[in-house]
Design a protein around this ligand. Structure first.
Ligand code: NAP
Length: 244
């Protein structure tokens, strides 16, 4: 039995915690933005106080393996994990979810940041944002010709008469996404390249309707001792690692 800390916040991390909990002393950690999952292991909610705080947690709880299974755009916690693992001399394994790849018929435009995104959106009138809360903070940038649709997890008050907020949590079906694009007369989809299946249907709906997609590039993440593109592979390798 090993003392393992899983930094989670996505479906695959919950799956991994369920898989490992019967055999190990697992603590599942989440930032606290979403609902805490029901898990057969310790669940910890809230930040650690940066890399130093996480290193102290690793030492105080005599953690033997740190697993970074956070969202690919949650770059700060991944940086903290790398720093803390090194400071506390704890091995770091990471699940790095593969990005989506364009398919025939896709019109994907990659942007590095908010400035590039605004430039890419200039030619469109009805963008649909699926990148979290940032568009609500940037509502002053809505041009007089544009009307924004923003889908996010949190229930947010209206910030502009030229913007609609949809508070919703995936997964979403292809039928739902197709209807939404039509109902709001969307002419461009704005997304993170999150990868995974839960929110992928919007890309298929955009493809079917010939709608371009503006994709925010992934942040650079630090190296881990071992990196996995599949969560099941990580679980299997851990079993092999312990039986050696
Ligand atoms: P972030 O910018 O990398 O992290 C901000 C701060 O939140 C971290 O410095 C840390 O606070 C705390 N934190 C983040 N993940 C944590 C975890 N698993 N356990 C404990 N503390 C955590 O992350 P974010 O983009 O705000 O995302 C927060 C969480 O939501 C992540 O767990 C991520 O997997 C999940 N998520 C993110 C996205 C996204 O698009 N960013 C999408 C879906 C799910 P301290 O420095 O105080 O320790």
């Amino acid at each position: 039995m090993m003392r393992i800390l899983i930094l989670g916040g996505i479906g695959e991390a919950v799956k991994l915690a369920r898989r490992l909990a019967p055999f190990h002393a697992v603590t599942y950690s989440l930032a606290g933005k979403g609902r805490a999952p029901d898990l057969p292991c310790a669940v910890r909610v809230g930040g650690f106080g940066g890399g130093d705080g996480l290193a102290a947690f690793l030492r105080d709880n005599r953690i033997e393996l740190l697993i970074d299974a956070t969202h690919p755009y949650a770059a700060q916690i991944s940086r903290n994990a790398a720093q803390a693992a090194q400071a506390a001399s704890v091995p770091l394994w990471a699940y790095r979810r593969p990005p989506w790849r364009p398919q025939p018929g896709d019109d994907w435009r990659s942007v590095a940041d908010w400035t590039e995104m605004m430039a890419a959106l200039r030619e469109f009138k009805r963008p649909f944002f699926t990148i979290g809360l940032e568009p609500l903070r940037q509502a002053a940038m809505i041009s007089p010709e544009q009307y924004w649709l923003v889908r996010c997890l949190a229930v947010e008050p209206p910030v502009s008469p030229r913007l609609t907020v949809l508070s919703a949590t995936g997964p979403f079906s292809l039928e739902q996404e197709s209807a939404l694009l039509q109902d709001y007369q969307i002419d461009v989809l704005v997304a993170k390249n999150s990868g995974g299946a839960a929110v992928e249907a919007k890309l298929a709906a955009a493809r079917q309707q010939g709608i371009p997609v503006v994709l925010l590039e992934r942040p650079a993440l630090p190296a881990a001792d071992r990196e996995f593109a599949e969560i099941e592979r990580l679980a299997v390798e851990l079993t092999d690692f312990l039986s050696v």
